[in-house]
Design a protein around this ligand. Sequence first.
Ligand SMILES: Nc1ncnc2c1ncn2[C@@H]1O[C@H](COP(=O)(O)OP(=O)(O)OP(=O)(O)O)[C@@H](O)[C@H]1O
Ligand SMILES: [Mg+2]
Length: 108
Amino acid sequence: MKKYAIYGKGGIGKSTITSALSAAVASMGYRVMQIGCDPKADSTSNLLNGQGLTSVMEYMRTHDESPELDDIMVQGFQGVYCVEAGGPTPGIGCVGRGILYSMIFWEM
Ligand SMILES: Nc1ncnc2c1ncn2[C@@H]1O[C@H](COP(=O)(O)OP(=O)(O)OP(=O)(O)O)[C@@H](O)[C@H]1O
Ligand SMILES: [Mg+2]
């Protein structure tokens, strides 16, 4: 399994290039999962016809238990598996919290 992290300052095209890369690699026949780590939870929207999905943080705010994969993962364009870490309630905490919760979830 190969893992790539794409990061940079705001608005430089991270989500656009990441979703294009995911679609391109998936179209080559590879199984691809894109995990967004932005509190806006919008990195996968290009793969989902502009639709949002339930982020890990959003799920954990509204449920007493950790999500099953099917609760927070949606298949998008070219079959790319889309997940968004999400973020804390606006103005409370930072993006690191969403990423941390999601990392704990993935380790389980
Ligand atoms: N190569 C490009 N040329 C022109 N416009 C672009 C290009 N890549 C992205 N854009 C546009 O720039 C804007 C920001 O792109 P995008 O949302 O991908 O950036 P981002 O780095 O993910 O932003 P954020 O930090 O807010 O998540 C969008 O309107 C997008 O359509
Ligand atoms: Mg983005």
